[in-house]
Design a protein around this ligand. Structure first.
Ligand code: HEM
Ligand code: CU
Length: 560
C-alpha cells in the first residue's frame, strides 16, 4: 500500500483525538488546582495584613467564623495539599501518555482517578468551610476535626494510587510493543515519582485508618499524638519530593527545550530520581528533633540520611545548569557567565521556571539549616520556617507549575497564551515579591517571631519585628498581585486566546542520552526493594516502640 502524505493539520488533529482523555483529565485537574491556589493565596493576604494589625477576619466573620486559624487551615490545605496534588496528577497523566506516545492503558481508570479525588476534595471541603476542621494542614491531634475531613483527604490520597496503577499497565503494554527499548525519560521519571509517593503515603494512610478516622467518628475514646505525628512526618517529609519531582521533570525534559538546547545527561538524571526513590522516605524524623519520646539515636540517623538526600538535588542543579549553559552557548552566548544573557528571557514559560530555580537555590540553603540537629533549635516553629517553604513549595513548585501551564495551554486548551507581556510581568512580580517576603520572614524567625500566631493581636511584639512586618506585607501583596495576573491571563486565554492546533509534544533530547543508560538505571524493582528495606530499618524500631507504648487515650479538642 502506498504511503499517503497527509497534511500537517490532519496529523495534529489526530494527536489531539488520540490523547483526548488525557488532555481533558489533565486540564480539569489543573483547573481545580488553580482554583485552590487562588482561594489559598487570598488567605495568605489576610495573614500578612493581620501581621500588620489590619484584621479582615472580623468583617468576614459570617463566612470565616474560625478567623485566623480557619484561614490558615484553608491556606495550608488548599495550597500544599489540594493545589499540588491535583496539579501533579494532571501533569503526570499528560507526561506519561505523551512520553510513551500512547494513551494510558485504562481510559476508564483515568477518568475515575479524577472523579474519586474530586469527590474526596468536596467531602473534605465541607467541614473546613463550616469551621469544623480548623486543624491546619498538619492535622496534629489532639486538635480534632470532623471525621469527613479525614475521610475526604484519605480519598484524595487513595485516588492518586489509581494513576500509578494506570502507569504500570501502560508501562507493561509499552514494553510488550517495544522489546529491549529504554523507557522514555519523562515517563520513567513520572513513574518513579508516583512509586515513591505510594511508599511515602504508607504513614499517613495508617495514621488516618488506624488513629484518626475511628477517633473522629467516635469508635474509640482517644488517640496518641506522638504516634500520629510520627506517622504524619513519615509522609510529610517525602511529600515535599512528591511536589518537587514533577517540577524537576519539567526542568529536565521541558526547560532545556524551551531554552533551545539539550539536557546535559540522561543517565545522571535517572540516578538522581532513583536516589530520591530510595532516600526520600526514611528521613522524616528531622521534623521531630524537638519531639520527646523518640530516641536521639534515630533522630541522628535521620539527620545523616537527610544530608544524603541533598545529593540528588545537587545532581539536578548541576545537570540543569549545564543544560542551560549548553543552550546559551548554542544560541551564540560566550564567556564564563555572559552566556546567560543569550537565553530566551522573553519566553514566559522559560522565565517563570528559571526564576523558580533561582528561588529554590536559597530555599535549599535554609533547608540545610532546618535539617541540622542543633541549628534547628534556633529556627524551629518560627517565621523562618514559613520563609523557607515559600521558597521551596511556594516558589520552586508553584511558580514552575504556573510556567509549565503557559507551555501546556496549546495542548490542553487548544489556545495560545492570551498575553505574553502579562505573563512576564507575573514572573517578575513573583520573584520580587517572594524575595522580600521570604527574606523578611527568615529575619523575623531569627528575631524569634513564632509562626502560626496572630502576631497583629499579640501583646509581646518586639520592636525589631515591628520594623520588618510591613516589608513582609509588601512582599506578600506583590505575590498575590502576581497570582492575580496569572489567573486573569488564564481566564482570558480560555475565553479569548487565539485558537491553535498543538502538534506532538517533544521533550528535550540529551547530549548523553538513552544509549548511555545502563540497564540498572532502567529498572525499578531493585530500587523499590532497597527503598523498602531502608524505610523498615529507619522507622521500624521507633514505630514499634511508639505503637506498643502509646496511650491512645487523648480525647481531642477544637479551640476555634
Ligand atoms: C499570595 C501569596 C502568599 C502569601 C501572601 C502567603 C503568606 C503566608 C503567611 C504570612 C504564612 C504564615 C502564617 C503563620 O504562620 O501564621 C503562610 C503560611 C503558609 N503558606 Fe503561604 N503565602 C502565599 C502563598 C503560598 C503558596 C503558593 C504556598 C504553597 C504552594 C503556601 C504555603 C503555605 C503553607 C504550607 C503555610 C503554613 C501553614 C500552616 O502553618 O499551617 N503559601 N503563608
Ligand atoms: Cu523534611
Amino acid at each position: 500500500m502506498a504511503v499517503i502524505a497527509r497534511p500537517r493539520a490532519a496529523a495534529r488533529a489526530d494527536v489531539a483525538d488520540r490523547f483526548a482523555t488525557e488532555n481533558r483529565v489533565a486540564g480539569l485537574n489543573i483547573l481545580v488546582a488553580f482554583l485552590a491556589l487562588g482561594l489559598g493565596g487570598l488567605m495568605g493576604v489576610l495573614q500578612v495584613l493581620q501581621y500588620n494589625g489590619i484584621d479582615l477576619y472580623k468583617p468576614l466573620k459570617a463566612i470565616l467564623p474560625g478567623g485566623y486559624y480557619q484561614g490558615l487551615t484553608l491556606h495550608g490545605v488548599l495550597n500544599v495539599l489540594v493545589f499540588t496534588t491535583f496539579y501533579i496528577i494532571g501533569f503526570l497523566t499528560f507526561v506519561t501518555a505523551r512520553s510513551f506516545d500512547r494513551p494510558l492503558s485504562n481510559r476508564g481508570l483515568t477518568w475515575f482517578t479524577f472523579y474519586f479525588m474530586t469527590a474526596g476534595l468536596l467531602i473534605a471541603a465541607v467541614p473546613i468551610l463550616l469551621n469544623k476542621a480548623t486543624v491546619m494542614f498538619t492535622f496534629y491531634p489532639p486538635l480534632k476535626a470532623n471525621g469527613f475531613f479525614y475521610l475526604g483527604l484519605t480519598m484524595v490520597v487513595v485516588g492518586t494510587y489509581f494513576l500509578l496503577a494506570n502507569q504500570a499497565m501502560t508501562l507493561r503494554d509499552w514494553r510488550r510493543d517495544n522489546p529491549g527499548a529504554k523507557v522514555p525519560l519523562a515517563a520513567f521519571m513520572a513513574i518513579v515519582t508516583m512509586t515513591m509517593w505510594v511508599i511515602a503515603t504508607f504513614g499517613v494512610a495508617v495514621e488516618m485508618l488506624v488513629l484518626l478516622l475511628p477517633w473522629a467518628f467516635g469508635l474509640v475514646p482517644g488517640t496518641d499524638p506522638l504516634l500520629a505525628r510520627t506517622l504524619f512526618w513519615f509522609t510529610g517529609h517525602p511529600i515535599v519530593y512528591f511536589w518537587l519531582l514533577p517540577a524537576y521533570i519539567s526542568w529536565y525534559t521541558i526547560v532545556p527545550r524551551l531554552a533551545g538546547g539539550k539536557l546535559f545527561s540522561e543517565p545522571m538524571a535517572r540516578v538522581s530520581f532513583l536516589l530520591f526513590l530510595v532516600l526520600s522516605v526514611p528521613i522524616g524524623m528531622h521534623h521531630q528533633y524537638t519531639d520527646p519520646g523518640i530516641s536521639q539515636i534515630w533522630k541522628l540517623v535521620h539527620f545523616i540520611f537527610t544530608v544524603g538526600v541533598f545529593f540528588p538535588s545537587l545532581l539536578t542543579f548541576f545537570n540543569v545548569v549545564a543544560s542551560l549553559e549548553h543552550a546559551g552557548r548554542s544560541r551564540g552566548g560566550k564567556g564564563w557567565l555572559a552566556w546567560i544573557f543569550a537565553l530566551p528571557w522573553n519566553e514566559p514559560a522559560f522565565v517563570t521556571q528559571v526564576f523558580a530555580m533561582m528561588l529554590f537555590a536559597f530555599g535549599g540553603a535554609s533547608g540545610v539549616i532546618n535539617a541540622s540537629y542543633n541549628l534547628n533549635l534556633v529556627v524551629h516553629n518560627t517565621a523562618w520556617i514559613s520563609g523557607h517553604f515559600h521558597l521551596t513549595v511556594g516558589s520552586a513548585v508553584a511558580l514552575t507549575f504556573m510556567g509549565l501551564t503557559y507551555w501546556l495551554l496549546p495542548y490542553l486548551a487548544g489556545r495560545e497564551l492570551w498575553s505574553r507581556g502579562l505573563a512576564l510581568a507575573q514572573a517578575w512580580l513573583w520573584i520580587i515579591g517572594m524575595i522580600l517576603f521570604s527574606h523578611f520572614m527568615h529575619m523575623l524567625g531569627l528575631a524569634g517571631m513564632p509562626r502560626r500566631t496572630m502576631i497583629g493581636s499579640a501583646p509581646y511584639v518586639l520592636p525589631e519585628w515591628e520594623r520588618l512586618l510591613p516589608l513582609t506585607m509588601i512582599g506578600g501583596l506583590l505575590m498575590f498581585a502576581s497570582a492575580l495576573c496569572f489567573l486573569v491571563n488564564m481566564v482570558m486565554t480560555l475565553t479569548a486566546g487565539r485558537r491553535v492546533e498543538a502538534g506532538p509534544v517533544t521533550f528535550a533530547r540529551a547530549l548523553s542520552g538513552p544509549e548511555d543508560v545502563p540497564a540498572f538505571l532502567d529498572r525499578l524493582t531493585p530500587w523499590v526493594l532497597s527503598a523498602l528495606v531502608l524505610v523498615a530499618i529507619n522507622y521500624g524500631p521507633t514505630l514499634y516502640f511508639l505503637a506498643t507504648t502509646g496511650r491512645f487515650n487523648i480525647p481531642g479538642l477544637s479551640p476555634w
